[in-house]
Design a protein around this ligand. Structure first.
Ligand code: SF4
Ligand code: SF4
Length: 110
């Protein structure tokens, strides 16, 4: 195939046959404010850990909704629990508790 200088982006359609949705159900029951999120990205923009790593809290709650749990497990370790993200959230999502809920769900489900 000729090299056009760009690649085709990987398909990001939701695959409900392969995602693990047990985690998001549990996280939602621990922290229902997750559903108030409008995806504005303010949490990521203010995140302390994002200043030092490639951590993206907004992406994290998107991928757990997609059932892509393996990436969540790796990413969660980068959070410093400082709570800055929660202070700037315009929807009042309890992000610090949400991160703890994700850790708890991983502890319970493996
Ligand atoms: S700041 Fe709040 S509403 Fe905006 S993406 Fe983060 S959690 Fe969602
Ligand atoms: S609590 Fe975690 S996700 Fe929120 S700003 Fe601090 S390091 Fe970032």
């Amino acid at each position: 195939m000729p090299d056009f200088g760009y690649t085709i982006t990987k398909d990001r359609q939701l695959d409900h046959d392969h995602g693990d949705f047990r985690y998001i159900s549990l996280v939602r029951s621990f922290e229902p404010s997750l559903d108030l999120c409008i995806g504005c990205g303010s949490c990521s923009a203010s995140c302390s850990a994002a200043g030092f790593t490639d951590f993206n809290i907004r992406k994290l709650h998107t991928i757990i909704r997609r059932g892509e749990v393996e990436s969540v497990k790796t990413e969660l370790k980068k959070c410093m629990f400082c709570g800055k993200c929660q202070l700037v959230c315009p929807r009042g999502v309890n992000l610090r508790n949400l991160i703890m809920a994700m850790n708890r769900a991983i502890e319970l489900l493996g």
